[in-house]
Design a protein around this ligand. Structure first.
Ligand code: MLT
Length: 250
């Protein structure tokens, strides 16, 4: 069973976290009112135990669909950051009728390049030998801008360090093998909001511009002074744009 935070009343938003983080990366989004916030920890992250086997991005999406069924939720808005966005796009392909809306934050629709994929395989070997810390140390500087407060950097490090090696290895394999979702973009027929930090170097604004061009009617907000985890670094700005998007769907 996944650990799930389920708080608030209103339009249901499923928040799907980035790699290698956990649902606690959305602490700041709980301030958005008029929303039922459903925030699962994916297997092996946060307080969810590892699944124990190999997983694909579609497997994570199916786990989210099981959660919807389990809670009797027919449709929801899905909001995903980075890897969470890859899972949102899998949901759009596998179960389009379950979508009320989509919020794609600091993510992209394309698959890994050969170079990125090779890098994942190196990371997997590193985690097997040294645990998650080297991955966390390498990724942390790209998650937030250098100007982010020390406590924020420490909190992100703490969340990342709570990931299990099994969960991290499974997610690295899943991301390395994920399909290109370009063709899915044209099939999305629900309101879609795209958000990206202007200083995101992992999934830069150009990726978001391309997704916007591919999804009919999508809107894009670029967040100044934020890197990859824009919802953490500039939570007030991101919450404003998300609250207004959700209110428009209620
Ligand atoms: C994430 O934030 O989920 C990861 O950086 C995504 C990735 O490595 O492709």
């Amino acid at each position: 069973m996944l650990n799930v935070t389920d708080l608030g009343e209103g339009t249901t938003v499923f928040w799907i976290h980035a790699f290698p983080l956990a649902s606690s990366m959305f602490e700041g989004q709980l301030a958005i009112r008029g929303v039922r916030h459903v925030m699962p920890d994916l297997p092996g992250f946060g307080q969810s135990r590892p699944d124990g086997g190999a997983l694909s991005i579609d497997d994570y999406a199916r786990t989210i669909l099981d959660l919807l069924d389990h809670r009797g939720i027919d449709r929801a808005i899905f909001a995903g950051v980075s890897m969470g966005g890859y899972i949102c796009l899998a949901l759009a392909r596998l179960a389009p009728k379950r979508l009320r809306g989509l919020i794609l934050i600091d993510t992209r629709e394309t698959a890994d390049t050969a170079e990125a994929r090779a890098g994942r395989l190196v990371s997997i070997e590193k985690v097997k030998k040294e645990g998650v810390r080297p991955i966390v140390d390498a990724m942390l500087p790209k998650m937030l801008t250098p100007a982010a407060p020390r406590e924020m950097k420490d909190r992100v490090r703490e969340i990342m360090n709570s990931s299990t090696p099994e969960g991290v290895i499974a997610a690295l394999h899943a991301m390395a093998d994920r399909p290109d979702s370009t063709a899915t973009l044209a099939t999305i027929d629900v309101p879609t909001l795209i958000v990206v930090g202007e200083e995101d170097t992992i999934t830069p604004p150009a990726d978001s511009e391309r997704m916007k061009a591919g999804i009919a009617g999508a809107s894009l907000t670029r967040i100044k002074g934020a890197a990859h985890l824009s919802n953490i670094e500039k939570s007030a700005e991101v919450n404003r744009v998300i609250a207004s998007f959700v209110a428009g769907l209620s």
